[in-house]
Design a protein around this ligand. Structure first.
Ligand SMILES: Nc1ncnc2c1ncn2[C@@H]1O[C@H](COP(=O)(O)OP(=O)(O)OP(=O)(O)O)[C@@H](O)[C@H]1O
Ligand SMILES: [Mg+2]
Length: 230
């Protein structure tokens, strides 16, 4: 990773339907594991979608100093009407990975998320938590260099959440840079090196995680932490 970071945002902003969804922001991402925190409607999903290239900024630009392969996991992952294995193989298939290699990588990814025995099951019949695991296997099989995760444990019980956290930790340990939004402060504390705090479409701070949780730099973040703490 270079001093200049692996991703830079230069005055990146977004307006849609006359609404300011993201105030123009300059950011340099250097950390391996970043959490995007903020209240409901703050703009976390919007920012992730911009970073992943799903939304086109209305101003400014994203700079990838070195092109990196990326994957994204959504809060409510969509499953194809097919088996679990086919769901995991699909991304490899559209990237032209040949079938034996595809099968091998998909099976390995399923094993890594603990779904080795689910390969033949219809994906849409899996529980929400199980589908979230499939979504992680799907993206893991692609071996992305950057992984964007939008509230990957939002509807999961504590045990499944910890399991998903473990998988995210493994993906990070395998070398992927992780950028995730979360409403779970414990999770952000456990996983993130750095926090980007966003409030009403404005990025208010980018702070090392330990510092953020001890003493956030903005009044809005102090309020947010106070409200979120049990
Ligand atoms: N096309 C649009 N036009 C107007 N407003 C929009 C549009 N798209 C999103 N918004 C608004 O932008 C705000 C930010 O939405 P976003 O989904 O990024 O929030 P979030 O931080 O991810 O919230 P949550 O924690 O609930 O997931 C919301 O108030 C949303 O309604
Ligand atoms: Mg969101």
């Amino acid at each position: 990773m270079t001093m200049s970071g692996w991703l830079r945002l230069e005055a990146l902003g977004l307006n849609e339907n006359g609404a300011r969804l993201l105030n123009p922001v300059n950011l340099t991402l250097t950390a391996g594991r970043t959490a995007i925190l903020g209240a409901n409607g703050a703009g976390k999903s919007t920012l992730l979608r911009l970073l992943h290239g799903l939304l086109r900024p209305s101003e400014g630009r994203l700079i990838w100093p070195t092109p990196l392969s990326q994957g994204m996991v959504f809060q409510r992952p969509a499953m194809l009407r097919a088996t679990v294995l086919a769901n995991v193989e699909y991304g490899l298939k559209i990237r032209g990975v040949e079938s034996a290699e595809r099968r091998r990588r998909a099976a390995a990814a399923l094993a890594q998320v603990g779904l080795g025995d689910f390969a033949k099951r219809p994906a849409r019949r899996l529980s929400g938590g199980e589908q979230q695991h499939v979504a992680l296997a799907r993206v893991w099989a692609l071996e992305p260099q950057v992984l964007f995760l939008d509230e990957p444990t939002a509807s999961l019980d504590p045990a499944s959440s910890r399991e998903v956290e473990r998988i995210i930790g493994d993906i990070a340990a395998a070398g992927a840079r992780i950028v995730m939004s979360s409403h779970n402060l414990g999770q952000a504390r456990r996983l993130a090196e750095e926090v980007i705090f966003i409030d009403h479409g404005a990025v208010l701070e980018q702070t090392p995680a330990a510092e953020f949780f001890k003493q956030p730099g903005s009044e809005a973040a102090r309020r947010f932490l106070r409200d979120e703490m049990p």
